[in-house]
Structure formats: structure tokens, C-alpha cells
Design a protein around this ligand. Structure first.
Ligand SMILES: Cc1ncc(COP(=O)(O)O)c(C=O)c1O
Length: 375
């Protein structure tokens, strides 16, 4: 099998699994218990908090663990918006875990505006400033897009905002970029940042919200006082420990991972561009080192995906499957692709276990699928 779908999820690094195991067996205490087993669990969570905070240059006191990126995004948005006289802006290419909660509050009277992106999928500062209103409470722009890998220059957006009179809070979803590109939370100028463990070789079902202490963040669920009361509920101990270890490894190995993935991606893209009718989405802008999305003239992305699957190759399409109706990807349509082009897209997202031979085989299979379809 060839696995080229790391933006959907990544396999757990064996070193992460090893770090987690004692917390599923020997150290099972509830971190809120005052006895020794509870204290051991609490210490493990504190260590993980430091490891994750360090990955993005934040203070550990500014981080709460959640059940994943989806919950962290919901907490960032709904935990800040508390009055329906407030205005909120989000980029047209956001993940559904940002888009859907905002669409939902729009029905409660909140003024929710969409920031358009250019043909490369980026929000420009001028567009942002043109849309900011005196009552803009929150702005959400993702750091890296999950489909295209396009990176936003968040610092340039937050700087432009600081130069205006706006006191809007800036949130960025860094689920896809954390562990893949260097991040310094403070320098980026955002006050809220979302992370998820399973995109960086950690376990699924755990994420984090980073928040500047100035943000008046409110819990969106009620219960015990865990995670500063912002995320009540007994902590997912082993998963949090795994997230910490995965973050530590990602930071230690960031430059070697970057060199490896970049060379693999360059090999992939060189071969893809040699196949007639293929173009790379947002080819000329900054993208994640592991992500390539292509559109293929006259082809159907879902069909290519199924053919690939038959041959043991796992990739993703550029479509959203709702109620069994295949719809074009909202990310690509926001970038100006027409329906047919958007439905012809596939995404290849590489990981540390991949090899040059796999890349070559993938390109060979893809060229064959396209050639036999055209015949
Ligand atoms: C950009 C982005 N944000 C948020 C999420 C949701 O994260 P999780 O799967 O941890 O809920 C994903 C997952 O695919 C994502 O790609």
C-alpha cells in the first residue's frame, strides 16, 4: 500500500506510541485526584503542555487541551463571540470546523462576513481592512489550507490590523501547518491558534487551543474545572502525552523533515507536470512541504481516486461528499476554479514514511489511468 493522505491523518510515530503506553496501563490515575497516581498523571499533562507550547513558541499557561482541532476551533469562535451585535470575518477557504459554527451563529443574528481569497487562495491585507467594521470582534484565517497546502502570511494580516483602529481578535487554524513549518505564536500576532495532534504523527482525538491571556475566552461546555475551566471533562491522558511527544519530535526534527519532504515533493511535482493536462494548484505561492493538489483536464477526481485505491494507493479528492452528492470543493471554487476543474482535483499529501520509489510508482499509475481514460 502507498499512503499519500497525511493531511487527512498521519500514522502514529512508534516513539509516540511508546511514550503513551504507560498511561494506558500503569499510570491510569485521574489527573484531578490528589493521590500519587493522580499526581503522576497531572505531571505528565504538564509536561505535554510544555512540549506542545514549545512547538509554536507559546507559554504553557496559554494552552488548553481539547478533543481535537474541531473542538479547539469551536471554542475559539463560540468562546469569544457572545453578543449578536458582533461582526465576525472568516476566509472563504476555511475548514468546516470554522465555517459551520459561524454559519450556525449567523442564523442567531450575528453579522458573519466572508473574506474572499485570490486565485492562489490567499487573503490580502487590503481586502481584510476593507471588510473590518468598528464592531468586528473576531477574524479567522487559517495558516495552511488542508487541500491546497497554501500558506497564509498571518503576520502581514495581523500587522495590517494593528495599523488600523480595530481591536478585533485574530484566530488562526494551524492544524495543518504545526510541525511542518516553524511557528512563533507571538510573532505571528494572532491571539488564538488551533492545533491537532493527528496531523503530526500523534494520536487522534486530541488537540489544543492556544490563547493570548488578554482574550476573554469563555467555556462552551460546563462541568468540572479541568483545563482552566475552559475545557471541562476528564483529560484524555494517554492521548495528551502522545501529543506532547509528537510535538517534541516535530520540533527536534523540523529541519530534517522539511528537507526530506521538500525533495520528495519536488520529485513528485516534476513528474506530474510532465503528464499532459495536469496543473498544480497554487503552484507559485508558499505551500506546505508535503502537499500537492492537482487538477487534471477532462478527468473526474473521484474516478481517479477509486482507480488508485484499487491499486493500493491512498489519496484524497478535491470534492466534498454530502448526502451522496459529490460537490466541487468550496476551496477550489473560492479560488476561481469552475465546477468541472474542481471536480477533477486530487490531493497528494506526503509523509515521513514515503519513499522516492512510491512517488515514481504513483506518477506511473496516474499517467496510465489518464492515458487509458483518454483512449
Ligand atoms: C485545517 C483543519 N482544521 C481543523 C481540522 C479538524 O481537526 P480534528 O480532526 O483534530 O478535529 C482539520 C482536520 O482535517 C483540518 O485539516
Amino acid at each position: 500500500m502507498i499512503y499519500f493522505d497525511h493531511n487527512a491523518t498521519s500514522p502514529i510515530d512508534p516513539r509516540v506510541l511508546e511514550a503513551m503506553q504507560p498511561y494506558l496501563t500503569t499510570f491510569y490515575g485521574n489527573p484531578s485526584s490528589t493521590h500519587r497516581l493522580g499526581r503522576a498523571s497531572r505531571t505528565a499533562i504538564d509536561t505535554a503542555r510544555e512540549q506542545v507550547a514549545k512547538l509554536i513558541g507559546a507559554e504553557s499557561a496559554e494552552l488548553v487541551f481539547t478533543s481535537g482541532g474541531t473542538e479547539a476551533n469551536n471554542l475559539a469562535l463560540i468562546g469569544v463571540l457572545n453578543d449578536n451585535k458582533q461582526h465576525v470575518l472568516y476566509a472563504a477557504t476555511e475548514h468546516p470546523s470554522v465555517k459551520d459554527p459561524l454559519t450556525s451563529i449567523a442564523s442567531k443574528g450575528f453579522d458573519v462576513g466572508l473574506l474572499t481569497v485570490n486565485a492562489s487562495g490567499q487573503v490580502c491585507a487590503k481586502e481584510l481592512l476593507a471588510q473590518v467594521k468598528p464592531n468586528t470582534r473576531l477574524i479567522s484565517v487559517m495558516h495552511a489550507n488542508n487541500e491546497t497546502g497554501v500558506l497564509q502570511n498571518i503576520a502581514s494580516l495581523t500587522q495590517a490590523l494593528q495599523g488600523s483602529n480595530s481591536d478585533a481578535i485574530f484566530h488562526t487554524d494551524a492544524v495543518q501547518s504545526a510541525g511542518k513549518v516553524p511557528i512563533q505564536f507571538t510573532q505571528m500576532g494572532a491571539q488564538l491558534m488551533t492545533l491537532s495532534s493527528h496531523k503530526l504523527y500523534g494520536p487522534k482525538g486530541v488537540g489544543a487551543l492556544i490563547f493570548d491571556k488578554s482574550v476573554p475566552l469563555q467555556a462552551i461546555q460546563r462541568g468540572g474545572g479541568q483545563e482552566l475551566g475552559l475545557r471541562p471533562g476528564t483529560e484524555n491522558l494517554a492521548a495528551i502525552v502522545g501529543f506532547g511527544k509528537a510535538a517534541e519530535l516535530a520540533l527536534q526534527e523540523l529541519s530534517q523533515r522539511t528537507v526530506f519532504l521538500l525533495s520528495l515533493k519536488e520529485r513528485l511535482e516534476r513528474q506530474l507536470l510532465a503528464i499532459k493536462g495536469i496543473s498544480i494548484v497554487a503552484e507559485s505561492v508558499d505551500r506546505l512541504v508535503n502537499t500537492t493538489q492537482i487538477v487534471v483536464d477532462g478527468m473526474d477526481g473521484e474516478m481517479m481516486l477509486m482507480q488508485m485505491d484499487r491499486q493500493g494507493i491512498c489519496i484524497s479528492g478535491g470534492s466534498a461528499c454530502a448526502s451522496r452528492v459529490v460537490a466541487p470543493s468550496p476551496v477550489l471554487t473560492a479560488m476561481g476554479y469552475d465546477k468541472e476543474q474542481a471536480l477533477s482535483a486530487i490531493r497528494i499529501s506526503l509523509g515521513m514514511q514515503n519513499t522516492e520509489a512510491e512517488v515514481d510508482q504513483f506518477c506511473h499509475v496516474l499517467a496510465d489511468i489518464i492515458a487509458s481514460y483518454r483512449l
